[in-house]
Ligand binder design. Structure first.
Ligand code: ADP
Ligand code: ZN
Length: 651
């Protein structure tokens, strides 16, 4: 194995950042075309032409002097060039005269004599006549010779220069394009090439299923894909067809890319990885050509895996955007993708994995049998999965003995795998900052807080009055959620400012799939508890509840318009899972319904607010005690609530 690696390394340099170097393979270096050559060529042409033109050093003269010369018989020859210029050649006798001493009687590079003077002729006929008139009575007059000369240099220049300029411009544009396309400077034609990163034997994927924690159901499905790739015979013998595409659906950071990579790692096949947006370019046809190129490469390396992340960038349902008519370029790309998926023979050994967090907006044609006919759902990890993800990411960390993975998993509801990986990394950084020898439980807690709320801002200046308000606000949330059966039990409350917020309360959401009306209502009450506490204690409300109000409004809207939980709207849902509505200006309901929805929302929120206020007025003393404790300790936990309000009735 080591031997094999070495061989390959000699051919393709795996360290090169340029993905194409691996694909173009051991072809050796092509002579690089440099744009600066063009400048060089142009400069040479100019210099050459100047050389050709400097043949003669004739002086300009006028008719008066020429007449004189003719009268004194000093002229040997008169040549009218191109009916424009008269060249004057002096006789050898004349050249010996004193007044012509400084004139160089010379011959040019080709041994021809050069004229000593020239004269710009206005009208050739008159000029010839004049010359003859002047020499009247002369027995040996000079006749004007006519000659047509081509200025080859100049003429060629006037032809070649624009062409050269055009070429120069063209190369320049191509170069810009290819640079934008990520190609190297020399590869001016690489714009239509796929931008996939390829991991093959050289840059092998060494991620295996061991590195993917949780996701048990997804793994089972994916193991089958690995099996297809490893021993296709087993399936084809029975006449089965290997699936072409598998779609991984789930929120960001849940390990979709990781899962795809682990498939490649387990099956030991080349892995082409790219994102849907890599296909999209402003030039028409580029996307389609990249798709073609990608499939060509993958087929050459079959069995192989293509992984397209964020496939919704190209796979969005077609022709549903009334704003722009439709996005033709994206459609072309999608069509090409569909064609390629249909085009390859079943069992050709190329499997396409794609990831998205919005399967609902994908074009139905993509999900048809024979394309992405398998969908694997990758969910946010539950408690047990979180524990396992912590284990995976703690492997390289130097931990204190008192680390309780179970506890950490409990503290991180709603975290994705990526968040947990982040917590582990952050805890190591925090421990290093405090120059600890190993990572302690507190470092992990700090890391979790930091990931939830941003950096602690211990020195943010808050007036004591503001602190009072914040403490009562947070205590309000805590109190209401403690006293309501269905609200999420509280884990921790703090009034240490963090990021933009001045305080925060953490809850432990129950992990449930279905929520009842009562549960939703209790949650709304808890969310409004902050503002209610401000009103109960101080008799006025502040702007500090923006977040809470936003959350509550959305919740109420969802209850009324989506979940059919309001009596007046009834069992209707205006939710649109196909994503079409995003593009339409109108609402799917009438003005009248709109009004009813608005009324219902406002009624619901008012009811929740009233309830929160009632609870807090009733437990005013407890609320105050809690706020004071918060002011004193800055951070309080469920134990403190238990101290004040007694044990929670509902666990
Ligand atoms: P996605 O593609 O779903 O957005 P990624 O696969 O890129 O998410 O996950 C980002 C990172 O999060 C991974 O590199 C890995 O470190 C971590 N991660 C996510 N899910 C898991 C998991 N189930 N097990 C282990 N690590 C995970
Ligand atoms: Zn609040």
């Amino acid at each position: 194995m080591a031997e094999e690696n070495k061989d390959n390394n000699n051919q393709n340099n795996p360290k090169s950042n340029n993905p194409f170097s691996k694909i173009t393979g051991p072809g050796g270096k092509k002579p690089k075309f440099s744009f600066y050559w063009i400048y060089g060529i142009l400069a040479l042409v100019f210099i050459g032409i100047n050389f050709l033109n400097t043949g003669s050093e004739a002086k300009k003269t006028d008719w008066k002097y020429l007449k004189q010369m003719l009268l004194e018989k000093q002229v040997q020859k008169l040549v009218l060039v191109n009916k424009e210029v008269a060249e004057i050649y002096l006789t050898s006798d004349a050249l010996k005269m004193e007044k012509y001493k400084n004139l160089k009687s010379s011959s040019n590079t080709f041994g021809q004599k050069t004229p000593q003077f020239y004269y710009n002729v206005a009208s050739p006929d008159i000029f010839i006549q004049q010359v003859q008139d002047v020499q009247k009575g002369n027995d040996n007059p000079i006749y004007v010779e006519s000659e047509t000369r081509h200025n080859w240099g100049g003429e060629i220049l006037s032809w070649v220069l624009p062409i050269l300029l055009l070429f120069g411009l063209w190369f320049f544009i191509m170069r810009m394009m290819s640079r934008g396309g990520g190609g190297a400077g020399g590869q001016i034609f690489s714009i239509g090439k796929s931008k996939a990163k390829i991991y093959d034997k050289n840059t092998s994927v060494n991620i295996t299923f061991k590195d993917v924690a949780g996701l048990e159901e997804a793994k089972v499905e994916v193991i089958e894909v690995v099996d297809f790739l490893k021993s296709p015979d087993k399936y084809t013998k029975l006449g089965g067809k290997i699936p072409k595409g598998v779609l991984l659906v789930g929120p960001p950071g849940t390990g979709k890319t990781l899962l795809a990579k682990s498939v490649a790692g387990e099956a030991h096949v080349p892995f082409f990885s790219l994102s849907g947006s890599d296909f999209v370019e402003m030039f028409v046809g580029v996307g389609a050509s990249r798709v073609r190129d990608l499939f060509k490469q993958a087929k050459e390396k079959a069995p192989s895996i293509i992984f397209i992340d964020e496939i919704d960038a190209i796979g969005r349902a077609r022709g549903k955007n009334p704003m722009t008519g439709s996005n033709d370029e994206r459609e072309n790309t999608l069509n090409q993708l569909l064609t390629e998926m249909d085009g390859f023979v079943p069992n050709s050994g190329v499997i396409i994995l794609a990831a998205t967090n919005r399967a609902d907006i994908l074009d139905k044609a993509l999900l048809r049998a024979g394309r992405f006919d398998r969908q694997i759902f990758v969910e946010l990890p539950d408690l047990d999965a979180r524990r396992q993800i912590f284990k995976v990411h703690m492997r390289p960390l130097k931990l204190n003995k008192n680390i309780d993975i179970e506890f950490l998993a409990r503290q991180t509801p709603g975290f994705s795998g990526a968040d947990i990986a982040n917590v582990c990394n952050e805890s190591a950084l925090i421990a290093a900052r405090k120059t600890h020898k190993s990572i302690s439980r507190q470092d992990f807690m700090d890391a979790i807080d930091r990931i939830i709320g941003g950096l602690e801002k211990k020195n943010k200046i808050i007036s004591s009055k503001e602190k009072q308000v914040v403490a009562h606000h947070e205590a309000g949330h805590a109190t209401v959620s403690w006293l309501l059966e269905y609200a999420n039990p509280l884990v921790k409350v703090t009034i240490v400012p963090r990021g933009k917020s001045l305080g925060a309360a953490w809850y432990l959401p129950e992990e449930r799939q279905i929520t009842t009306t009562a549960q939703m209502f209790d949650e709304m009450c808890a969310a409004l508890g902050g503002r209610a506490a401000e009103e109960v204690i101080f008799g006025e409300i502040s702007t500090g509840a923006l977040n809470d109000l936003e959350k509550v409004t959305k919740q109420a809207y969802a209850m009324v318009a989506y979940y059919g939980l309001s009596d007046r709207i009834g069992n209707l849902s205006y939710y649109d899972s196909s994503g079409q509505q995003e593009f339409s200006f109108g609402k799917p309901f009438s003005e009248k319904t709109n009004e009813i929805i608005d009324e219902e929302i406002s009624k619901l929120v008012e009811k929740a607010y009233k309830r929160a206020k009632e609870i807090l007025s009733e437990h005013r003393d407890g609320l105050k005690a809690l706020a004071n404790r918060l002011l004193e300790k800055e951070v309080i936990f469920s134990d403190d609530l238990e101290d004040i309000f007694g044990k929670r009735l509902w666990g």
